[in-house]
Write a protein that binds this ligand. Structure first.
Ligand code: SF4
Length: 66
């Protein structure tokens, strides 16, 4: 089962063209399995703070230039 947020995750909706190449890498590493998605910094942020993380926060916890 994939991450339950895969259809609504703002991270993938706001990625600029230059990041499209690495997008698949993030998806494979974090989003395709429920277990892997538990390591996603975006998901951890949401649980910890009760609100969505900034759109430019990567699943690894870095912030992309926008
Ligand atoms: S980036 Fe994180 S929260 Fe978003 S779909 Fe992937 S695993 Fe889920």
């Amino acid at each position: 089962m994939t991450c339950e947020r895969i259809g609504v995750c703002e991270f993938f909706q706001t990625l600029t063209e230059e990041y499209q190449v690495v997008k698949q890498g993030w998806i494979v590493r974090y989003c395709l399995s429920k277990k892997d998605s538990e390591r996603c910094a975006r998901k951890i942020f949401l649980k910890a703070h009760g609100r969505r993380p900034p759109a430019n926060m990567t699943p690894g916890g870095d912030f992309l230039e926008t």
